[in-house]
Design a binder for this molecule. Structure first.
Ligand code: TEU
Ligand code: CA
Length: 564
């Protein structure tokens, strides 16, 4: 069995603070709200909380634009509240991972305020400034991830600065050793405070290729794609090894890099067992399968064989070399039950099936707040229901400059927009889902009267209870965290079937067979011979056969695990 680690055996729960729990009635979730709900999380059984940003921020991108890395935004509380949260979580043996957003800062960060003052300011080179082209236009053709050019002209010093996201999120210049010193000092300060790890925002984009060449342009695109010159840039691994040497290796942490565009080959470098960078990365191949010409604003859906191929490639390629992160959802993705399951008749079955399918794979599972209740997308009918800067900007650029129709754009936003995951947590069937006594910053999903925590925590048949069981099983049987993965029936269009094997399991079963029906049809399946007579470990239908049959019929969204 490979080297054991707490972060390989634990389950991570992501909290998006502004949408989790509001303690003071201003309509925005906060740190004291999280403190109130620690017993709920303990009951669920998770081991680690990842907190999306709660730092001082103008909130242009909901806190991913930070103006003080060592301050708490007043809307979320105070440093005293944070310290109390950390202590209370630790007392419950729950670790706290914080979000590290250091590809860029807010334009209100003191470093940027200094930087834009003059070309010879000591902070000038903390950011990426360039002269205009002779005709006054931007230094290159790159488009921002949030629409428009990736360059903003600053009249005062007559140069442009780079922002891969919003203009209020200028990119830091990691080639400047003073930037690295400042970031590492800040990280060290949080480590000394006692936090247990970092989730690193767009960390694959911190090193930009010299010369910042024009990027390739997709047909119909307004801007060029910065990808080839930004994602996995020339020094990204040097900088992460330096970070590891100077900070990470000195504490007992879990680290996960958000690395859009990452391949399994690169993941083995970022998160290899002996590469001294990070513990895991988030990969985007599954979601990229639903993009067209580099744009997520489409109707494209992934097929089950494609989904299986992506997961299986990651499971197989990283085996013995690096560690996987397992996630369906986060604050940037739509709800998984809406995306891959059913919001209708099979809502509960499909939410449980998705949970089982992910949690039985090899890697560390992430649960995004509300996923454990089967929360769904919220459907909007007009743009003013939208809060997310990405969706709002994309709507304007695509309808006003690219001829996309209003109805099409709304459909794309309803399918893939980030607000889907950002509606308030559904605690109960009381007003505003029990999230706030005031007016929430974003409307609650009207289905909260049916889908909410109060209805689920004590119901043994709920989605919540199913997650609770999956999380408990992981701690009981080493084959779940450590068994080797093998895909069966790779071309099957309805079933996802795989095995996990741990020949030298110190206790519990040595092999699992996982069968998940991703369709609304009943599908007959002949189980592999070696599982005949194997016992049932868990299933999402009450009457799934307790002993594996030679041939079984899997009902809509039925999922089962047999063990021997
Ligand atoms: O996301 C970066 C990223 O690569 C995307 O998932 C992005 O959010 C977008 O949806 C692509 O279409 C990270 C954060 O998770 C996100 O919330 C921030 O807005 C972004 O970085 C900037 O900090
Ligand atoms: Ca509040």
């Amino acid at each position: 069995m490979e080297h054991r680690a707490w972060w390989k055996e634990g389950v991570i729960y992501q909290i998006y603070p502004r949408s989790f729990m509001d303690s003071n009635g201003d309509g925005i979730g906060d740190i004291n709200g999280i403190r109130q709900k620690l017993p709920y999380l303990k009951d669920l059984g998770i081991d680690i909380i990842w907190l999306s940003p709660f730092y001082t921020s103008p909130q242009v991108d909901n806190g991913y634009d930070i103006s003080d890395y060592q301050g708490i935004d007043p809307m979320f509380g105070t440093m005293t509240d944070f310290d109390a949260l950390l202590a209370e979580a630790h007392a419950l043996h729950i670790k706290i991972v914080i979000d590290l957003v250091v590809n860029h800062t807010s334009d209100q960060h003191p470093w940027f305020i200094e930087s834009r003052k003059s070309t010879d300011n000591p902070y000038r080179d903390f950011y990426i400034w360039r002269d205009p082209k002779p005709d006054g236009s931007a230094p290159n053709n790159w488009g921002s991830c949030f629409s428009g050019s990736a360059w903003q002209y600053d009249k005062h010093t007559r140069q442009y600065y780079l922002h891969l996201f919003a203009p209020q999120q200028p990119d830091l210049n990691w080639d400047n050793p003073n930037v690295r010193d400042a970031v590492f000092d800040m990280m060290d300060w949080w480590c000394r405070k006692g936090i247990d790890g970092f989730r690193m925002d767009v960390i694959s984009m911190i090193s930009k290729a010299p010369g910042l060449p024009d990027g390739p342009k997709e047909p119909g695109a307004i801007y060029g794609n910065y990808g080839p010159y930004v994602v996995h840039g020339p020094h990204v691994h040097d900088y992460l090894m330096e970070m590891n040497r100077r900070v990470l290796s000195r504490y007992d942490l879990v680290t996960v890099g958000e690395t859009s565009g990452v391949t399994t080959e690169q993941a083995k470098q970022y998160a290899g067992f002996d590469t001294h960078e990070l513990n895991m990365v988030f990969q985007f191949e599954r979601t990229d399968c639903e993009s067209e010409n580099g744009s997520k604003w489409t109707d494209k859906r992934i097929s089950l064989p494609e989904l299986k191929a992506v997961f299986s490639r990651w499971q197989t390629e990283l085996e013995g070399k690096a560690w996987n992160s397992l996630y369906w959802e986060n604050h940037d993705q739509p709800r998984s039950v809406s995306r891959y399951g059913s919001e209708g008749a099979y809502w509960k079955e499909s939410a449980k099936m998705l949970a089982l399918c992910l949690h039985m794979q090899k890697g560390t599972p992430y649960v995004y707040q509300g996923e454990e209740l089967g929360m769904t997308n919220r459907h909007i009918t007009s743009l003013d229901e939208c809060r997310d800067v990405e969706s709002i900007n994309a709507y304007h650029e695509m309808t006003e400059k690219q001829g996309v129709h209003h109805e099409d754009m709304l459909r794309y936003i309803n399918r893939i927009g980030r607000d889907n995951a950002r509606t308030p947590f559904q605690w109960s069937d009381e007003a505003q889902a029990g999230f706030t006594t005031g007016t929430p910053w974003i409307a609650v999903n009207p289905n909260y009267t049916r889908i909410n925590a109060a209805a689920q925590v004590s119901d043994p048949d709920s989605v919540f209870s199913f997650y609770k069981t999956l999380i408990a099983l992981r701690k009981q049987y080493p084959v779940i965290p450590y068994g080797q993965y093998e895909l069966l029936e790779k071309d099957h269009k309805e079933l996802y079937v795989y095995t996990r094997t741990l020949a030298d399991a110190p206790n519990g079963p040595k092999q699992l067979l996982i069968i998940c029906n991703f369709s609304e049809q009943a599908v007959p399946y002949a189980l592999p011979q070696q599982f005949s007579g194997a016992g049932l470990l868990i299933a999402n239908y009450a009457d799934t056969a307790q002993t594996a049959q030679a041939e079984q019929c899997f009902r809509p969204y039925e999922a089962a695990v047999y063990m021997h």
